[in-house]
Design a protein around this ligand. Structure first.
Ligand code: PEP
Ligand code: MN
Length: 342
């Protein structure tokens, strides 16, 4: 349920209203809309008398939210949410953030050199897996703790905030210095993990599951937010369809759909979505044109010898070309948006 307040509400009456709502065990989420302040109410609102609230001097309107996701709902928080990551990066709120790096950390020299290259090309965050979810138990599983240490060495060397995947809650104590924790596609509905991450005050990158709907993705975000951690970033990374030419099918329409449904930032991952390096640039451009808040892209110094996801990894040089293309798209679409608004 949302309560839309009139302009300049009497603060004493507002405090009384909040105290009364609080006494009914409802959590109150206050935010600014384009024109009005909004109180979002989470909890069992079935017994709330809408007409009583609507009749108050300070209230413009009251609406029930039909969707099962509340904290993540754009109706609760009409403006885009901007999430600060580390000391010098942010995702959402109008900027465009590019995260780049190898699928997995393979060595200190490798991750440091890729970090320098992607930073020079304009990336604002570094990715690199230390714990890898692999289909085969015989495939490279990641360098684990050592991989995290190498990733942090690259962070110190370049100043780039780092993102890496957690596969199990037992690994959480190792993630203290990690700036953005990734929940991978395979763990999107690991509800116990989501609840625990909801207790942190650290941003979470939540990737869409291989066979999950947008509503299920938003409900997983809701698990994290319900625990008090509102710093959730969503990521479209392709879904399973009957097509086998690409590793997954990139659901470009998920981007504007999510942007309409939620205020949370939305990233796109053209690497896992396609599984083919030649498709990374066109899909990155398409995602930027569709309104994504940023990208996460796999970049490897020597894709043919990569220990994981080589066929979808691009070289630092190819990454430069992606950045040029993306910037051209952003300039064109933002100019288009301004012209439409004027
Ligand atoms: C990854 O980012 O390397 C990864 C395994 O992603 P996903 O969970 O989307 O497959
Ligand atoms: Mn990968």
């Amino acid at each position: 349920m949302i309560v839309i307040l009139k302009d300049h509400p009497n603060e004493k009456q507002l405090n009384n209203l909040k105290a009364w709502l609080g006494s009914m065990d409802l959590a109150i989420h206050e935010s600014a809309g384009v024109n009005h302040r909004i109180l979002g109410l989470v909890g069992d609102t079935s017994k709330v008398d809408i007409d009583l609230i609507r009749a108050l001097d300070i209230v413009e309107d009251v609406k029930r939210i039909q969707e099962p996701f509340k904290n993540a709902n754009r109706k609760f928080h009409p403006l885009d949410t901007r999430i600060e990551v580390g000391e010098n990066a942010a995702i959402g709120g109008g900027g465009f953030c590019v995260i780049a790096g190898p699928c997995s950390v393979e060595g200190e020299e490798q991750i440091v050199s890729i970090a320098k290259a992607v930073k020079a090309a304009g990336a604002s965050m570094l990715r690199g897996g230390a714990f890898k979810p692999r289909t085969s138990p015989y495939a490279f599983q990641g360098l684990r703790e050592q991989g995290l240490r190498f990733l942090l060495a690259a962070k110190r060397e370049t100043g780039l905030p780092v993102v890496t995947e957690i596969m199990d809650l037992s690994q959480l104590p190792l993630f203290e210095e990690i700036d953005l924790i990734q929940v991978g596609a395979r763990n999107m509905q690991n509800f116990e993990m989501l609840k625990e991450l909801g207790r942190l005050q650290k941003p979470i990158l939540l990737k869409r599951g291989l066979a999950n709907t947008l509503e299920e993705l938003l409900m997983s975000a809701e698990y994290i937010m319900a625990g008090g951690n509102e710093r959730v970033i969503l990521c479209e990374r392709g879904i399973r369809t009957f097509e086998t030419y690409t590793r997954n099918t990139m659901d470009i329409s998920a981007i504007p759909s999510l942007k309409a449904l939620t205020h949370l930032p939305v990233l796109a991952d053209p690497s896992h979505a396609t599984g083919r390096s030649a498709l990374v640039r066109p899909m990155a451009l398409a995602a930027a044109a569709a309104g994504a808040d940023g990208l996460i892209i796999e970049v490897h110094n020597d894709p043919q010898r990569a220990l994981c996801d080589g066929p979808q990894s691009i070289t630092p040089k190819e990454f430069e070309a992606v950045m040029l293309g993306v910037n051209a798209i952003l300039n064109a679409t933002r100019k288009g948006e301004q012209e439409q608004a004027s």
